[in-house]
Write a protein that binds this ligand. Structure first.
Ligand SMILES: Nc1ncnc2c1ncn2[C@@H]1O[C@H](COP(=O)(O)OP(=O)(O)OP(=O)(O)O)[C@@H](O)[C@H]1O
Length: 454
């Protein structure tokens, strides 16, 4: 566990970026730091790998004060992923990913083999291995950043707005990939974002910070949505938190009926429900074709079907998905399918509303376990990807001397970090800032860089 204990960071100019922050970051799950611009998220993250040193308090890693640990070893145990990936522009993709293993002394063949494995893990085609970063899309570069951070298999990943620079669709894919990888690897991930939706999607635990580096609330996403601590958190969460919370309620157990479901061309006698003047028509394989108007005692016109809309996967998707399907359905009824796309039944808005009330009541009597959200396979919100080139800038590591680094990090220990990496020689230890003696030396993206989805 990472324990941030009464930590304060006052910069040389007097700015208090983080003020008496205490936070217990659980192992093996994703903790998101979220809050408005300038609230101290990046400062907090960078204090965890000692790119920035606190001016007060301490940070413990598995009970040990990180200040007592050699900074190089500490950073080796922490992957670091930043916005725009911060790749070495003059190196191929495979060599970018192999950076840290090479610095650790692996021979080239072994390091490249590991890099190829990681490319596969983060969903990158092996054919991209020999390309240079500029020949990849932003989303692909970000995946490389994640692979690089994972290369030395660090137990901790620090991710600073890693997906902020890509378009919403690519971002969704990267989030899903992170959740998938996290489900496989179970890293301790600290993820910074200013996007509350991303926080809710990815976080097992969410720390909402407010300006001045104060913690406003630390809770699992479900709890955050249901019980914001104060008006600031409520406002930050936005207006539709009730609907968003439904993402945490599974559709498993939702009442569905197959009564108004018929195979195309079949005799519909006895299938029409009094409250639903439609039949859901399927093909011979049980896949939905559309809704047919139907009256009691009459055969429907199988040639004239209304669209069935997007079905939801019963048990895998949430009550929010089910409700969305019902609201968008031309009949007001949602179509439930199984994992193979075959119709499992249909359900009305009223039935979904009942299930929502029951789910709320159940939560009141049995609160969700903190940190359980994304890790819980039954949690539909989690149903729907990280690393650390820090060593490259490690002045103690001779191998690092030939590595270029993220100039933003290398050049200014306490400067905003996400400036894209360039060809600037990186390993030059940063000149310690006046208030940041020694270890504030940033390691740039060099040794660093990357969670799964809801
Ligand atoms: N090197 C520095 N010297 C002085 N003040 C700094 C320095 N770096 C950051 N700050 C200030 O500290 C505060 C917190 O900055 P930080 O980058 O940690 O915030 P953030 O929450 O990550 O913001 P954003 O979401 O915009 O990246 C801000 O007021 C910022 O201006």
């Amino acid at each position: 566990m990472i324990r941030i204990e009464s930590v304060t960071k006052r910069y040389a100019d007097g700015t208090v970026a983080v003020d008496d922050l205490t936070l217990d970051i659980p192992d093996g799950s994703i903790t998101v730091l979220v809050g408005p611009s300038g609230c101290g998220k990046t400062t907090t993250l960078r204090m965890i790998n000692r790119m920035i040193e606190p001016t007060g308090g301490r940070i413990l890693l598995d009970g040990q004060d990180i200040h007592q640990q050699p900074v190089n070893a500490l950073r080796r145990s922490m992957g670091y992923v930043i916005q725009n990936a911060g790749l070495f522009q003059h190196r191929t993709i495979v060599d970018n990913i192999a950076t840290v293993p090479r610095m650790l002394g692996w021979d080239r063949g072994r390091a490249r083999k590991r890099a190829m494995e990681l490319m596969e893990r983060v969903g990158l085609d092996a054919g991209l291995a020999k390309r240079y970063p500029y020949q990849l899309s932003g989303g692909q570069q970000q995946r490389v950043g994640v692979a690089r951070a994972l290369a030395a298999d660090p137990p901790v990943l620090l991710m600073d707005e890693p997906f902020s620079a890509v378009d919403p669709i690519v971002r969704k894919g990267l989030q899903a990939e992170l959740l998938r990888i996290q489900a496989e690897l179970g890293k301790t991930i600290v993820f910074v974002t200013h996007d509350i939706d991303e926080a809710i999607k990815l976080g097992n635990m969410i720390a909402v910070m407010r300006t001045g580096g104060h913690l406003a609330q630390f809770a699992p996403p479900d709890e955050l949505l249901s019980a914001p601590a104060d008006a600031f958190v409520e406002d930050f969460l936005g207006t539709d938190r009730g609907i968003r919370r439904l993402s945490f309620f599974t559709s498993a157990g939702l009442d569905v009926t197959t009564e108004p479901v018929v195979t195309t061309g079949a005799d519909a006698a006895g299938h029409v429900l009094p409250e639903l003047p439609f039949l859901l028509v399927t093909d011979a394989d049980g896949k939905p074709l559309g809704w047919a108007r139907a009256e009691q005692g009459e055969q429907p016109d199988y040639a004239d079907l209304l669209p069935h809309g997007r079905p939801f996967v019963l048990g895998r998707e949430s009550l929010r998905d089910a409700l969305d399907c019902a609201v968008l359905s031309p009949t007001g009824w949602a179509v439930a399918v199984d994992g193979t796309g075959r119709v499992a039944g249909v359900t009305s808005q009223e039935t979904i509303a009942t299930a929502i009330r029951e789910a709320h009541a159940a939560r009141k009597t049995k609160p969700a376990e903190p940190g359980s959200a994304a890790a819980d396979p039954a949690n539909p919100a989690a149903a729907e990807d990280p690393v650390n080139p820090a060593e490259a800038a490690d002045p103690a590591n001779p191998a690092a001397a030939e590595d270029p680094v993220n100039p933003a990090d290398a050049a200014d220990a306490e400067a905003p970090a996400d400036t894209a990496a360039t060809e600037t020689p990186a390993d030059t230890p940063a000149a310690p800032g006046p208030d940041a003696p020694g270890p504030d030396t940033p390691d740039g993206d060099a040794g660093h860089p990357v969670r799964a989805t809801r």
